[in-house]
Design a protein around this ligand. Structure first.
Ligand code: 0X9
Ligand code: ZN
Length: 332
């Protein structure tokens, strides 16, 4: 058992998963890879019948170290599913009978450990960058889709440093191998991030829209409507590249400027205004792994506490997010 209303260290989360796997027949764990500093990257699977090869609901959390609410939300969801199955919760039972549920609760274990021990606002992994004193690659810029493009940096000291090549980092290699191992079975893949209260689809590396965008919008709407209905937490949804704009400058005076002169904007400025990001998991799962329902959810809040969301908001954040995910999984 774990105290789901508090934040937990990497070691505590790993101990929880190991305990769950040894005590609950629904749960198994896989050491899927090893981080730069040698920590295990673990995937937990919740399945009522592993031989059935059911469609999969697939989640990664803590790609970004400081986004602690994402690990807490993944742990809360694992705890809720495993304790709600068979008898106690009809909707959870149906969703577990229909899907296998797979979670990587700490995709960036070194960064997460560093955010506990040394620098609460650490984002990247802990790779040594050759020729630089600055540490770390942004794992959410290290995937092949649009690698090295807008919204990523060649500079090792940048918070969005993309690394020397696509999938250069063991942590991104591990996520890539995990999703590839389930190719054809992944019905939905969700990368959990914080903060901003957004449900985002591809494309992230350009302002183009996926051909399945209408279907994706319907699915995101189902999720967001149920999420918002829980406590009224405002959320927006849509493709990262065109619909949403997180910065204040974008939502105020520049919005009309953007509207009237958008064709004249140089690419880099468009990237800034629209928050384009290249080399993300969501585009990779969508574009290279064929997962139509590939999304990034940016959890609470909208900046009051930012990455340092108080532990008192874990349960409500996880509850509303889970309500959104359930409605979304029932809609697709
Ligand atoms: O910049 C990012 O990687 C994400 N925001 S965060 O504040 N958590 O760093 C946004 C990712 C872009 N969206 C999609 N992958 N669709
Ligand atoms: Zn993030």
């Amino acid at each position: 058992a774990i105290d789901v209303e508090n934040y937990h260290t990497y070691e505590e989360i790993m101990a929880y998963l190991a305990d769950l796997a040894s005590t609950n027949p629904l749960v198994s764990t896989l050491v899927a890879g090893t981080s730069v500093e040698g920590r295990q990257i673990v995937q937990a699977t919740i399945s009522s019948d592993r031989s059935a090869n059911k469609p999969i609901a697939w989640f990664d959390c803590i790609i970004h170290a400081r986004e602690w609410i994402t690990a807490a939300t993944c742990v809360w969801i694992i705890d809720t599913i495993t304790s709600g199955y068979a008898g106690t919760d009809a909707e959870i039972t149906a969703l577990v009978d229909q899907y296998d549920w797979k979670f990587v609760p700490v995709a960036n274990p070194d960064g997460y450990a560093n955010s506990w021990s040394n620098d609460r606002l650490w984002r990247k992994n802990r790779a040594i960058n050759s020729g630089s004193a600055c540490v770390g690659v942004d794992l959410n810029r290290n995937f092949p889709s649009g690698f090295g493009g807008e919204g990523s940096s060649n500079l090792p000291c940048s918070e969005t440093h993309h690394g020397v090549s696509a999938l250069s980092e063991p942590e991104s290699q591990t996520l890539d191998a995990l999703i590839a191992a389930d190719r054809g079975r992944v019905k939905a893949a969700i990368s959990m991030h914080s903060y901003s209260q957004l449900w985002l689809s591809s494309y992230s590396y350009s302002s183009a829209l996926p051909v399945e965008y209408p279907e994706m919008m319907n699915a995101m709407k189902a999720g967001v409507d149920a999420l918002v209905a829980t406590y009224g937490t405002p959320y927006e949804y849509g493709s990262t590249g065109t619909v949403l704009c997180k910065s204040d400058i974008c939502s105020t005076e520049t919005n009309s400027l953007f509207h009237f002169t958008r064709v004249q904007f140089v690419t880099i400025f468009v990237a800034y205004l629209t928050d384009i990001a290249s080399g993300t998991t969501t585009d990779h799962y969508y574009e290279n792994e064929g997962v139509v329902h590939s999304y990034t959810i940016e959890l609470r809040d909208k900046g009051r506490y930012g990455f340092q969301l108080p532990a008192s908001q874990i349960v409500s954040t996880a509850t509303e997010t889970w309500n959104g995910i359930k409605a979304f999984m029932n809609a697709i």
